[in-house]
Design a protein around this ligand. Structure first.
Ligand code: 5AD
Length: 362
């Protein structure tokens, strides 16, 4: 088994059957069952330790002990989609909807820039109340005021023309998780009008336009199996995204999956490590969902090879409304508090936040 880790370190890839063996060794199930202690727990733990230690070493070789900090601004929780897992799905009537104005968004960027951030992420639902024009203008305004900062968008599938306009306005990167590379599983997670084919087309469009592209999955989403996970790994190996976003599925009580169990910590850490070993220079965040799932989740993600954190710069008033899942954690209610909390959290493992653009360098 340790030979598989060595092979992954040296060749950056494994055969599908080998990925499967590796995942089986980690925990078998992708959901909460993977957290349970079976008879083989001790050997599995030492195997996971070996995998994450190898990934951590590669991350340190490439990024040192600085963790790229990106300021996250949640610009709208309106969404035309009805994804079965997501708390801001269209049919959830129990969430108050908000949309930040251009002025509010730019104010968040100013606050972030004052705190030292050189990289902003604008994330939101597929809010058609915000026109392509309006978004392009927001990007252009940020670009004018912050000519050297990185601008990342995470606004779902808005169509190739829109992607092009946002890029021309100054956006550098785009995050769009594929969620699962298995057709049937995709259909299980999404309403009929959405398809894996459209999602993959959007990812290819983004790449062709010239964005640094991020994709990824939720670990332990309902219906996920070791087979679908192997498909995800193989998809990412072929697509070679610059960024990989990966966190545990967490139930949200107002969604059809509100009663499902959360994803497994061990499986999430193992996948972070696998992607780090596969793509030594990829930008991989230790996500808020991981921090929400387990105490010290965020630092454990970094110790498994993640190299990015995304503290929240959204206004305090709207924070709670961007409720993708229950219990969503933030570093501290105010941005400045958040940065201080992040800095001390990272210090506990000998790392510090790096306030740089943090571009992909292949
Ligand atoms: N649990 C974990 N992650 C979620 N996301 C949406 N809903 C949930 C949930 N219940 C993730 C999706 C999406 C990203 C913005 O948030 O993967 O791509």
């Amino acid at each position: 088994m340790l030979q598989l880790i060595d092979k992954l370190i040296v060749t950056h890839r494994l055969e599908p059957g080998e990925y499967r063996l590796l995942l089986e060794k980690i925990g078998g199930e992708t959901g909460a069952g993977g957290n349970e202690r079976g008879g083989e727990a001790a050997t599995n733990d030492s195997f996971l330790d070996a995998l994450t230690a190898a990934a951590r070493k590669v991350a340190i070789e490439n990024f040192g002990n600085g963790v790229y900090a990106r300021g996250l601004i949640e610009i709208s929780n309106f969404c035309r989609n009805d994804c079965l897992y997501c708390g801001i799905r269209r049919s959830n009537r129990n969430v108050a909807r908000y949309r930040l104005s251009k002025e509010q968004i730019v104010a968040c960027c100013r606050l972030g820039a004052d705190l030292g951030f050189q990289s902003f992420v604008l994330q939101g639902g597929e809010d058609m109340g915000m026109s392509d024009d309006a978004i392009a203008e927001i990007v252009a305004e940020i670009r004018r005021e912050f000519p050297r900062h990185a601008i990342t968008l995470s606004l779902g599938e808005r169509g190739r023309e829109a992607f092009q306009r946002f890029f021309d306005a100054g956006a550098d990167r785009y995050l769009l998780r594929h969620e699962t590379a298995d057709n049937q599983h995709y259909t299980h997670l999404h309403p009929a009008e959405m398809s894996l084919e459209k999602r993959l087309q959007a990812l290819h469009d983004l790449r062709e336009i010239g964005y640094q592209v991020g994709t990824g999955i939720m670990v332990g989403s309902p219906g996920q199996t070791l087979e679908t996970l192997v498909k995800d790994i193989v998809f990412i190996e072929h697509f070679r995204p610059e960024m990989v976003g990966l966190g545990p599925f967490l139930p949200q009580h107002d969604t059809p999956f509100g009663g499902e169990k959360p994803g497994s910590l061990r499986m999430t850490l193992a996948l972070l490590a696998i992607f780090r070993l596969m793509m030594p220079r990829a930008l991989i965040p230790s996500t808020t969902s991981l921090a929400t799932l387990a105490s010290e989740g965020r630092v454990r993600g970094i110790l498994a090879g993640a190299n990015v954190v995304m503290p929240n710069l959204s206004p305090v008033e709207t924070r709670a409304l961007y409720a993708l899942y229950d219990g969503k954690k933030s570093f501290g209610t105010e941005a400045a508090e958040g940065v201080a909390a992040l800095t001390s959290e990272l210090a506990t493992i000998g790392y510090q936040p790096a306030f740089v653009r943090g571009d992909y360098r292949g």
